[in-house]
Design a protein around this ligand. Structure first.
Ligand code: ZN
Length: 496
């Protein structure tokens, strides 16, 4: 018998270094594979199903065992142990762009034929791997691999409260060839088919609008009454210099005590009788106590640094609000130069969650509220929170009382057309709208709604319709009210 330590594998027990089937767990494993293959569920659905049907991971685990998760199901599905193979070097902690643990590179794993009883045939296991491969390919097919949804998870479903995630809509443009611009949305994660549709909320939110609206709202945050009262309250609750000095004295005393205690434990460890019967257990216990002591020391040192920083700010008269305002200014200035990932990370440093209206308001308002959590201090880069999290300044901004943001007001082509039809009883084509938007410098994606054949004659928007489209764009605040119609002969061509 080879004396290789076999990693713990769900469905099996290791007895005298040999794998034997755990009848209860083996049944669960079989169930997972059946749901995935025969019932054609996704890994997340399998997890949801098992939890909802009351399946338990451990037969004797009682009430407080952890529920089935996506990661757990995937780990079971990918483990070749169930068809008789042992694999070493299988585990990995690397995460993909969606935050899920990546499948390890099989090149770095070693497979060996085991001698244990199998739960699946090799054909069955291979079929599962084929399906896994197919689905993972599908998930990674992105239009723009660098594109990351900025506020996924932060925006909450108005019905079930879970984080909303990215979905997209790519349609073929039948009139002009090619594709329409891909539109990205936030949708409830629980209402997706793959997640068992446990939520019935179907409304989706245009990401461009939500993202733009949140950014605009942050830009004018410091002038809102909610912000002002939050920083005033923080100022009033601030400890005095005397209180902080006293707290610092206490913490330093604590630190000395903890250090002394660890030193004593270290001496005890050195003085243990190696030949004593309980040597190993006593050694382990003391070592554990020393580790715990170091954790406490670290925490106390952190606390001391935080008090010292507060004292310094207080003595210099620096208010938390000044730090926040500096950070926000920095953030909005740097925003254009940040990558998607950086923006996403930054938002998570000071936004706790975002609530959206269950239905878009008549004027286009989508945001209900944004809950902020600001640090009282920021590091040298001006962006990284360095205050004690328990001092964080938390408050919720009611966005329904706020002026409509430009991003929310912005109309889609369908909305522009409908407005023009309702107001002027006339129809305009998307091509004309696109022409006018381009003419007045309204940002559009490359090649969006351009005629498929550049040689083909493209009709020019007549002046009367141009005026109507300009009025509609002003109505949706996409054009400044002061903009006036420019005759085509005066437009300087800026092609290429
Ligand atoms: Zn929901």
């Amino acid at each position: 018998m080879r004396s290789v330590a076999i990693p713990p594998n769900y469905g099996y027990r290791s007895v005298d270094r040999e794998l034997t089937i755990d009848p209860y767990e083996a049944k669960i494993v079989r169930k997972i594979f059946d749901l995935y293959m025969t019932e054609d569920m996704g890994a997340t659905s399998v997890a949801v199903y098992l939890n909802e049907e009351g399946y338990l991971k451990k037969e004797d685990g009682g009430e407080n065992q952890r529920p089935f998760t996506y990661d757990f199901i995937v780990n079971v599905l990918d483990n070749p142990i169930y068809c008789g193979k042992l694999i070493f070097g299988r585990r990995t902690n690397k995460k993909g762009p969606d935050g899920k643990i990546l499948k390890p590179d099989p090149k770095h794993a070693v497979t060996a034929q085991g001698v244990h009883e199998t739960i699946l045939t090799e054909e069955e296991w291979n079929a599962v791997q084929e399906k896994r491969e197919l689905l993972s390919k599908k998930n990674y097919e992105l239009d723009d691999p660098d594109r990351i949804s900025l506020l996924s998870g932060l925006v909450k479903c108005p019905m079930c409260g879970s984080g909303m995630v990215h979905i997209k809509n790519k349609r073929i443009n039948r009139n002009h060839g090619g594709y329409y611009k891909t539109i990205h949305y936030y949708a409830c994660n629980n209402s997706r088919k793959s997640n068992g549709m446990t939520c019935t909320f179907r409304h989706t939110y245009n990401q461009e609008k939500i993202d733009g609206s949140v950014f605009e709202t942050i830009g004018r945050l410091t002038s809102t009454p909610e912000y002002k009262s939050a920083v005033t309250a923080n100022l009033q609750n601030q400890a005095t210099v005397e209180q902080l000095e006293e707290a610092l004295k206490q913490k330093r005393k604590e630190l000395r005590k903890e250090e002394l205690q660890n030193r004593k434990l270290g001496e005890q460890l050195d003085g243990l009788d190696v030949l004593a019967d309980d040597y190993e257990s006593v050694y382990d216990r003391i070592l554990r106590e020393i580790d715990e002591g170091y954790d406490r020391i670290e925490e106390t040192e952190r606390k001391i640094r935080s008090i010292m920083r507060k004292l310094e700010s207080l003595r210099q008269g620096v208010k938390a609000s000044e730090n926040i305002e500096k950070m926000l200014k920095h953030f909005t200035k740097l925003y254009q130069h940040m990558s998607c990932q950086e923006r996403r990370d930054m938002y998570r440093l000071f936004i706790d969650h975002i609530e959206v209206l269950p239905e878009t308001r008549k004027d286009g308002k989508m945001l209900k509220s944004i809950s902020f959590k600001f640090s009282t201090a920021y590091g040298e880069d001006g962006l990284t929170p360095e205050g004690d999290t328990e001092d964080d300044i938390c408050f919720t901004l009611d966005c329904t009382k706020q002026e409509l943001t430009k991003a929310e007001a912005k109309a889609t082509y369908a909305e522009l057309k409908k407005y023009i039809l309702d107001t002027y009883s006339t129809k305009v084509s998307s091509l004309y709208i696109a022409q006018i938007k381009r003419k007045y410098g309204i940002d559009m994606g490359a090649n969006y709604n351009l005629a498929a054949d550049p040689e083909k004659h493209v009709p020019t928007c007549p002046a009367a319709k141009e005026q109507i489209i300009i009025d509609a764009l002003k109505h949706f605040r996409m054009l400044d009210p002061s903009v006036e119609m420019v005759p085509n002969s005066e437009v300087v061509a800026n092609e290429g």
